[in-house]
Design a binder for this molecule. Structure first.
Ligand SMILES: Cc1cc2nc3c(=O)[nH]c(=O)nc-3n(C[C@H](O)[C@H](O)[C@H](O)COP(=O)(O)OP(=O)(O)OC[C@H]3O[C@@H](n4cnc5c(N)ncnc54)[C@H](O)[C@@H]3O)c2cc1C
Length: 376
C-alpha cells in the first residue's frame, strides 16, 4: 500500500493546511455545555463555508463529491492543526442519504452538514437499549399523517436539536424487527416535551423525549413502512465507525495537549510517564492506520457494515486509556487542569455504552463478522 499523496492530493492537503492556519480558533473549547455546543456549531459552519466539510458527500446534497482519501487527509490535517471536532451527527445524515427520498435529501442534508439544523437520534427507550427491536413507541396512520406516542431516552443534544430521527412501531402485528418504521420528527411539534438528564460530569447533554400524540405528515416517513430496522442497523454502523465522527482528530488533539503539559511540567516526566505516553502514542498511530484501512474498505463496499463494531471497541479502548493516563499524570486532583482531564475521563467511560455497549459490539463481531452462533 502506497500511503504517499498523489500530486492532486498533495495540493488538496496544502490548501487545507493553509486554510486551517488562517481559521482554526485560537481560543480553547469552552467548558460550559451550552457555549461548547455553540462553539462546535460555529466551527462546523465555518468549515462548511470554506468547503472543508461533507467532503465525501454528493454535491447535489451539499457535499464536495470527493472520496475517502480526501476525508483521510482532512482528518490528518485537522488533527495536526488542533482543530475542534465537528458536530457528531453525520451518521444520521448517512441514513437520510441511504433511505431518504430525493425531496428529503435535498431538504435536510445541507443543513445537517453545515450544522444549520441540528438533529438527534430518537432510538433508545427506557425498556429498549441493547434490545432496540423491543421498542414500544407507537406510530399510527391517520389519513395523511402519522400519530406518534411514546418515550425516548439518552437522546444526545436533544436540548438543541430541531429534528429527531425517531424509530417507532408502526405494525404491532408484525415480528418485532419488521414492524418498525423511521420518521423525521420536528421537535417543535405539539405534543413533544423534553426532560434534561444530568450526566456524571454535570452536563445536561441528554434528554428524555416524550411524544404525546405527535402528528407528523406522512411525507416524514423515512424509507418504506417497516424499513426502520435495516435503517437503524445502517445508522449505528456509521455511528460506530472509526472515521465518521472525528474521534481520531479529537484524540490526537487531546494527546498533543497532554504532551505539551508534560513538557512544561518536569515533575510529570519520569519512567512511568514515558511508558504510559509511549503506549498511547502507539495506540493513536494504530488508530490512524486503522481509519485509513476502513476508509479504503468503505470505498470498495460503500458502507461500514458490522465490522464497525470492531472500530467502536477500538475507539473506546484508545479513549479510555488516553484519559486514564492523563488523569493519573496531570495532578493534583482539584487542580483546574486535572478537572478538565477528569471530565474527559468521565465522558470516556460512556464509550462502552453509546452506540451499543461493548458487550453487544463483541457479540456482533462474533456472530456477524466471524459467523459464530451461540447454541445454548
Ligand atoms: C453518551 C451516550 C450517548 C447516547 N446517545 C444516544 C442517542 O443520541 N440516541 C439514542 O437513541 N440512544 C443514545 N444512547 C443510548 C445507548 O444507545 C444505550 O444506552 C445503549 O444501547 C445501551 O442500552 P441501555 O442503556 O438500555 O442498557 P441495557 O440494554 O439495559 O444494558 C445494560 C447492560 O447489560 C448488557 N447487556 C444487555 N443485553 C446484553 C446481551 N444480549 N448480551 C450481553 N450483554 C448484554 C449491556 O452490555 C449493558 O452492560 C446514548 C448512550 C450514551 C452513554
Amino acid at each position: 500500500m502506497d500511503l504517499r499523496d498523489t500530486p492532486e492530493l498533495a495540493q488538496f492537503r496544502r490548501e487545507l493546511r493553509q486554510w486551517l492556519v488562517e481559521n482554526v480558533p485560537q481560543e480553547p473549547e469552552p467548558q460550559d455545555m451550552v457555549e461548547r455546543f455553540a462553539f462546535a456549531r460555529a466551527w462546523q459552519s465555518k468549515l462548511y463555508a470554506g468547503g472543508w466539510c461533507g467532503l465525501s458527500w454528493p454535491t447535489e446534497y451539499g457535499g464536495r463529491g470527493f472520496g475517502p482519501l480526501e476525508e483521510a487527509v482532512a482528518s490528518e490535517e485537522m488533527a495536526r492543526a488542533g482543530a475542534p471536532a465537528t458536530f457528531p451527527s453525520t451518521h444520521l445524515g448517512r441514513a437520510l442519504l441511504e433511505y431518504g427520498n430525493e425531496d428529503q435529501r435535498r431538504r435536510y442534508l445541507p443543513g445537517l452538514l453545515n450544522a444549520g439544523t441540528i438533529w438527534c437520534q430518537g432510538f433508545s427507550e427506557p425498556g429498549a437499549g441493547s434490545d432496540l427491536a423491543s421498542l414500544s413507541t407507537r406510530a399510527t396512520r391517520d389519513g395523511d399523517s402519522f400519530v406518534l406516542s411514546g418515550e425516548k431516552t439518552w437522546t444526545s443534544f436533544g436540548r438543541f436539536a430541531e429534528y429527531s430521527m425517531v424509530l417507532a412501531r408502526s405494525d404491532p402485528t408484525a415480528p418485532k424487527h419488521r414492524g418498525i418504521s423511521a420518521f423525521i420528527v420536528p421537535l417543535d411539534s405539539p405534543g413533544i416535551s423534553v426532560q434534561p438528564i444530568r450526566i456524571a460530569n454535570g452536563d445536561e447533554e441528554f434528554v428524555q423525549l416524550f411524544l404525546d400524540d405527535v402528528v407528523v405528515p406522512a411525507e416524514n416517513l423515512l424509507g418504506e413502512m417497516g424499513q426502520g430496522w435495516p435503517l437503524a442497523l445502517s445508522t449505528v454502523s456509521y455511528e460506530r465507525g472509526a472515521v465518521d465522527l472525528g474521534y481520531q482528530v479529537k484524540f490526537e488533539r487531546y494527546f498533543t495537549e497532554l504532551v505539551e503539559q508534560c513538557k512544561q511540567s518536569a515533575a510529570l516526566i519520569d519512567g512511568t510517564t514515558d511508558d504510559a505516553m509511549g503506549a498511547v502514542a502507539v495506540q493513536l498511530e494504530v488508530l490512524r492506520m486503522h481509519c485509513l484501512r476502513r476508509l479504503s474498505d468503505r470505498a470498495r463496499t460503500g458502507s461500514p457494515g458490522p465490522a464497525s463494531s470492531g472500530d467502536k471497541l477500538f475507539i473506546t479502548w484508545v479513549e479510555q486509556d488516553l484519559m486514564d493516563v492523563a488523569t493519573r499524570l496531570v495532578a493534583p486532583p482539584g487542580d483546574e487542569a486535572h478537572r478538565l482531564w477528569f471530565d474527559r475521563y468521565l465522558y470516556g467511560r460512556a464509550g462502552s455504552i453509546y452506540g451499543g455497549s461493548s458487550q453487544i459490539q463483541r457479540s456482533i463481531l462474533a456472530e456477524r463478522v466471524l459467523g459464530l452462533r451461540f447454541r445454548p
